[in-house]
Design a protein around this ligand. Structure first.
Ligand code: BGC
Length: 951
């Protein structure tokens, strides 16, 4: 090329690329994460990396990436990166990228960065550097012994055995030239560690709940700047937690064991590893030279609360120079050889928000009720002034009785009471319980000498710190409150494990609740690492037979708690939802043998018939399992539902086998699913495609949940699930949808569904052309409905639609009436997936559909005319918004870089639609690919698209 033409070429290329902003912008990677976390410590030997791309330009994709990993920030260059230089890797992947560099050792600190090439093959800028650090990869590296102090004999009282909590301390000497310090720490029980009087980290209830016989997790704290040359103090408080405290309804059901399911004495294991500038190292570990004592924390229990006598407080016991001569030497406790010690894989449990008190009301008995205006899980921070020995008793409740008393009946045997005894500090004193949590909105305080002010209490919201990724807003106040209720209930219950409820003596991870809600959860918060942790609990809890348990972890709370259809399938459904939301195939691969064992169990149970006929589960309690828990009217046979779930699991296994490249199992489960469908059709449907059952086989229903009501195969729950789980052939779906709509109508347009039927209800209606009916149920304020709860003042999702009504108060047995129970919140799935229409096509939303369902007209103030929803996916922000006004429909869609969206614009033909003020039909920004039942379909790459459709 001649110089002049080369110049012209370059000049025009610059002009073209310049208009596209390629040179100026490129692709910018940010939000670098390793194993779903920012700058974490991990013990995954080949951790997975991810980033999110941004660009100002439409229709952008990554065509290649390059990752550098190095042992220092300085060497994080292409020339010097000493752990991994991926080189230029072609492809769109920006997540689940497996580290493939030099083998990593314990304690390695890895710096990494990434850059991406865009669709024009132009490399963007390098990202900022991020890190991850390797934990202790082998148990043999643990020098710390299990230490504690057996105070169990001091647990007193008639109803509750609540011994004081142990305090442990040790002074150490740090030589000159400290360069780096890491504290590795875990407990059987729960701990808080202080270094020179400062709490290490901000997590609570560490190290969490696991099957402690199998594994316990540890935390790693960077304490380099908390230590100083010379003497330093390490001071830990221990409590009973899930290991040694009360759990679930053990006490209520008079189980032979009510506490101490794993052990009686909480113990601590820690080691502080020091690196000096001269290259030498030193390790201080827990051993018999640590000192131990009881102290001010007289009682400490997750379910029952804490009692703290501030008069017994050790002043500055966490600092150096404290006289611990009178303390005992710590006791050493044996380890269990088979118990793994691993890095905590989940998001930390933390205080995620503070809530101010809205009002304080005096009661005739001299107590005061503080209202925090929101039902949540957590504790309070108390600020008081008074005389030494003054005793403040705090009780917690979700509701008040109509006469203004605190309602605590629904807490059952959970005492949920904290007591603070003042030391009498003239300057006032503050206290917050550490090793407990409550589910509450109201706090009753007894023992105040004067009328308190509102700022005496602050609510501390505690939960697993799962980043918020979803938003949902409409012009309908009820729907907005409902969404807020869903998210609050998720926050209150995603606390270490997915609990059923945070208030009463239960708080266990019921698998049925977890599975019906799992998909909904992914629309609200990033729950990838939360489930990474819990799926291990679930696999650890699998029975020898292959059945997944009713709850995981599974202490022996009641002899007949084993498994149930509709619950146990969580072992398949939850990993599947994680796969769909985050494209996580590692969870599938690691859990595969457990999942296959479960499928084998089902096959064996069906005696090779691939269907569960009536009375297939009479050996469990209740018979048939829990079935469509809390439904109304005639019962759906639990065996029929078990068969549906079997089929659903076989389908999910087929897809997951494909995702991990296991062709053999893919074939197996494809065949299994076909056999189940056939067997279900033969056994449970009549010639019209109507579902039926042999009701007589259940006799009087004795032993079944609500068995006396009788059984029928023709229920809302059956059709909702048959459509949702694709039990019926695509061609028969309309018929099933019509049966469902007819059953609804027969029932006065009301749901009769329980936990298993409510979740698929609206999606099934929407899938079969009954979107308007779905909207009517969604927006209804009549019992039973979501709106009914909102109309009755809910700030969370309730266990029952009418857990409380303004008219009748608490008409139910308080023993089962939680006001923070997320199962019915599973409607969230429809709100995002249908009302906003955000549906993933490819895992991780690499390709997705935006197909909003527009609410019917003519609902006045009870309708929806505007809706805005968004989801921060693995690929970035997806948004779907629509509004309708006098015949004009506006729609706005945000498609993140590197993704493809199939946008369904509600209009009968492309000619009616404008895109960004121009005629859609001639737009070059998107591609009109077809039309379908009232929608024009448009394919788009990244960008923001505003459509206007005139009627
Ligand atoms: C829990 C439920 C759970 C159920 C089993 C209840 O006590 O709170 O949500 O799934 O038991 O039916």
């Amino acid at each position: 090329m001649k110089l002049r033409s080369l110049f012209t070429f370059l000049w025009s290329a610059t002009l073209i690329l310049g208009t596209l902003n390629v040179f100026a912008k490129g692709l910018n990677p940010s939000y670098l994460r390793c194993e779903y976390k920012v700058d974490p410590v991990t013990d995954v030997s080949n951790p997975r990396l991810s980033w999110v791309l941004a660009s100002d330009e439409n229709n952008q994709v990554q065509t290649a990436y390059q990752i550098l990993v190095s042992t220092s920030k300085e060497s994080l260059t292409e020339r010097d990166a000493d752990l991994w230089n991926s080189g230029k890797v072609n492809g769109r992947d920006t997540y689940q990228i497996v580290y493939n560099g030099k083998p990593l050792k314990s304690r390695d600190l890895c710096y990494w960065k990434v850059r991406s090439w865009d669709k024009n093959g132009v490399a963007g800028p390098w990202s900022e550097a991020a890190t991850w650090e390797m934990g202790l990869l082998s148990k043999t590296e643990w020098k710390g012994k299990w230490i504690g102090l057996d105070l169990d004999h001091l647990g007193k009282g008639k109803v509750y055995h609540l011994p004081p909590a142990p305090y442990l301390r040790k002074e150490i000497f740090i030589k000159k030239g400290l360069k780096k310090a890491r504290l590795y720490i875990t407990a059987l029980g729960v701990y808080e560690m202080n270094v020179n009087g400062q709490k290490a980290g901000d997590a609570r209830l560490t190290p969490g709940w696991t099957d402690y016989d199998k594994r316990v997790y540890y935390q790693t704290y960077n304490v380099t700047t908390s230590l100083k040359e010379g003497p330093n103090a390490l001071a830990a408080q221990l409590s009973y937690g899930w290991y040694a405290g009360y759990l679930g309804y053990g006490l209520l059901v008079q189980n032979p064991v009510v506490r101490g399911f794993y052990g009686r004495v909480p113990t601590l294991k820690a080691q502080l590893e020091i690196q000096y500038a001269d290259g030498t190292t030193e390790t201080f570990s827990t051993d018999e030279t640590w000192k131990a004592s009881q102290g001010a924390l007289l009682e400490s229990d997750l379910l029952n609360g804490e009692t703290y006598d501030a008069r017994l407080e050790f002043k500055d016991w966490g600092k150096t120079g404290f006289n611990d001569k009178s303390w005992k030497n710590a006791e050493i406790f044996p380890d269990k050889g088979e118990r793994k010690v691993q890095v905590y894989p989940g998001p930390p449990v933390k205080v995620t928000q503070e809530l101010a008190v809205k009002s304080v009301t005096p009661r005739p008995d001299g107590t005061y009720i503080f209202d925090l205006a929101q039902n949540f899980a957590g504790v309070i921070s108390l600020k008081v002034k008074g005389r030494a020995g003054d005793t403040i008793r705090l009780r917690y409740g979700e509701k008040l009785h109509p006469d203004g008393r605190l309602m605590t009946e629904n807490l059952r045997m959970a005492r949920a009471t904290d007591t603070y005894i003042l030391r009498g500090d003239a300057a006032g004193e503050t206290w917050e319980p550490k090793f407990t949590f409550h589910g509450f909105q109201y706090v009753e305080i007894k023992g105040l000498k004067e009328a308190p002010s509102k700022d005496m209490l602050t609510g501390l919201v505690v939960g697993s710190d799962t980043p918020k990724v979803g938003s949902f807003e409409t012009d309908n106040a009820m729907a907005n409150q409902l969404y807020s209720n869903i998210d609050w209930t998720q926050r209150a219950n995603y606390l270490e494990i997915p609990t059923d409820c945070p208030q009463r003596d239960e708080r266990i991870a019921w698998t049925g609740d977890a599975q019906v809600y799992a998909k909904s959860a992914t629309f609200n918060r990033d729950v990838a690492s939360f489930f990474t942790k819990w799926i291990v609990d679930l696999n650890d809890g699998q029975y020898e037979s292959g059945a997944y348990p009713l709850y995981a972890p599974r202490p022996n709370l009641r002899w007949h708690d084993t498994f149930s259809p509709g619950w146990m399938e969580a072992g398949i459904i939850c990993p599947y939802q994680v796969y769909r939301a985050y494209a996580d195939t590692r969870m599938i691969a690691e859990g595969w043998t457990y999942m296959v064992r479960f499928m084998d169990f089902l096959e064996k149970r069906s005696k090779g018939t691939h269907v569960f006929v009536e009375n297939s589960f009479t050996d469990i309690s209740p018979k048939g399992g829990f079935g469509d828990w809390l439904s109304f009217g005639k019962k759906t046979p639990p065996d029929l539902l078990a068969s549906f779930y079997y089929c659903y699991c076989a389908d999910l296994m087929t897809e997951m086998a494909g995702a991990i490249g296991n062709g053999k199992d893919k074939k197996r489960f494809t065949e299994t699913a076909a056999a189940i469908r056939k067997a279900i059709t033969e056994h449970y449907t009549d010639a019209d495609g109507k579902f039926k059952c042999n009701a007589k086989a259940y006799g009087d229903g004795e032993g079944y949940v609500d068995g006396a009501l009788g059984f029928t195969g023709h229920t809302q729950t059956v059709y909702a699930n048959a459509i949702y789980m694709n039990i019926v052939k695509p061609a028969d779906k309309t018929k099933a949808g019509n049966f469902l709509a007819a059953l609804l109508k027969e029932n006065g347009n009301k749901m009769s569904t329980g936990f298993l039927g409510a979740k698929p209800m609206l999606p099934a209606l929407s899938a079969t052309g009954h979107s308007d009916e779905a909207y009517h149920l969604f927006l209804s304020k009549e019992f039973p409905s979501w709106g009914f709860e909102v109309a009755n003042g809910s700030t969370t999702i309730w266990e029952r639609w009418d857990s409380f009504t303004k008219e009748d108060g608490f008409k139910y047995n308080a023993a089962m009436n939680s006001f923070s129970h997320y199962a019915f919140g599973a409607v969230c799935e429809w709100m995002f997936g249908n009302a906003a229409g955000i549906k993933s096509v490819k895992p991780g939303f690499a390709e997705f559909i935006i197909r909003p369902e527009i609410a019917p007209d003519g609902m006045g103030n009870d309708g929806v005319n505007e809706l805005k929803a968004s989801l921060q996916s693995m690929n970035g922000l997806i948004a779907s918004e629509w509004s309708k006004k006098s015949g004009t429909l506006r729609m706005k869609v945000m498609v993140p870089v590197n993704t493809i969206a199939n946008i369904y614009v509600p209009a009968s033909n492309a000619g009616q639609v404008k895109l960004n003020n121009k005629t859609l039909a001639t737009s070059k920004d998107v591609q009109v690919t077809g039309s379908e039942a009232g929608y024009v379909i448009v394919k788009a790459g990244s960008g923001t698209f505003e459509f206007v459709a005139e009627k």
